[in-house]
Design a protein around this ligand. Sequence first.
Ligand code: NAD
Length: 481
Amino acid sequence: MSTKQQALFIIFGGTGDLAKRKLYPALFALYQKGIINEHFAVIGTARRPWTDQHFQAVVQESLPDAKAAVAKKFDAHFYYQSHNVNDTEHYVTLKKLAQNLDEKYQIGGNRLFYLAMSPRFFGTIAQHLKSQAIVTADGYNRVIIEKPFGHDYTSAAELNQSISKYFSEDDVFRIDHYLGKEMVQNILAIRFGNNIFNSLWNNRYIDNLQITLSESLGVEERAGYYETAGALRDMVQNHILQIVSLLTMKMPTTYSETDIRREKICALKSLKVYQPQEVATNFVRAQYQAATGLKGYRQEDQIAPDSQTETFVAGKLLVASENFAGVPIYIRTGKRLRQKATRIDVVFKTVPGDIFAKQDLADNILTIEVEPEGKVSLQLNVKKIGQGYQLQEQQLDLSPENRNGEQIPEAYEKLLLDALMGDATNFTHWEEVAYSWKFVDAIRQAWDQSQQPLAEYPCGSMGPKQADELLTKDHRHWIYK
Ligand code: NAD
């Protein structure tokens, strides 16, 4: 399905962490598969005065497993330009370099502008790309944008406006790398490719949905950013709500960018936006406390000793759609939790009647484990082997090893290829961003006005007891413990 692509990549923030850890390895994977091969070049830009040679050495360092000879051939397509995004002169130089490379590699005018730097620069860059004619007339010109896309609805709308003045929505690819993860992409296949799930995927058969995105790390080097963001903005507004939309959207007419995004937008529009008093009963925020030799959040470098930033969020979401009205969606995410995991549990309602009198039946649970394993399992009740008629629960597992050990591509590799092919299905549409912020803003505002102190949880736990109580008061419990 993927044919050879020709493109000039211009990476703003080419010396940054994201570029080194994710983008160069992803480009290399595409190179090894022959998807980008001869007709491509990469310009890395940032403020530092690097030479092409130094840049190429940095790129090579980011590919520790690559064979030196192959990496060298690949790196030869990389060029560096020292660039201050606010300096118009630098765009003139950039344009010349881009034109030369376009000719040298016979690229045909296709350009991907990757904005791997602080969003406060996006508007300036977009404006200069247009005003200095770095966009071409004979190929495509697409902008890839990293999170965070604003810090609330108003700032996101302003940011969007500053870009949409110069690029149409069709050319703006907002990355949410969770949408590039194999198991997240599997949600639609499982739901719509199997009638046993498709026909049961509604409030008549589903009791509740649970989504957990747990991280074992603390704030690490991102403390400065995190202190201004918190878990709600950093994880819920984007990754968790994207997963919610995939789980609750109606079946699109076709598997296509337009139809899928339309239904995802509707799903996010259907989220119940809470009143301040409802936030207190449906959402929990907390901070990690020192434990097992690890510092508490307020003791971390660059964190205020009286910080009110939440490192954990749990919540109960409700959706006002025909199929999901009344089905609670429990979400949680946090730092310094017991394990890094991303997992979805779909809990089905119990069997009506009481045929196996007095025997407790286990819930049917469909689990989609995105990380660490990448597997799907279904909890069923079966007969216990032997005399009599006892039931026991049993897992039906679809693990990666059952799928011929196929190599799962990295999220960034898949998303870069999608962007090359102009397929925005797994990128976030502006309206998705807008509805997500409106939902999140209501929670944030209620918290900002609340006198209630943050809950606490020790490092290495699965969060505060209040997150468990959110479910126990509904006579439910977290499936993932
Ligand atoms: P970073 O601080 O490591 O890199 C920022 C880059 O921008 C550097 O190359 C720096 O030289 C350049 N830069 C800064 N000011 C500049 C200026 N005035 N002119 C020209 N260049 C300038 O940041 P990062 O971690 O690579 O993140 C980049 C973006 O991606 C951020 O918006 C971040 O929120 C987002 N992001 C990063 C990650 C990650 O894993 N690192 C994950 C998700 C999103």
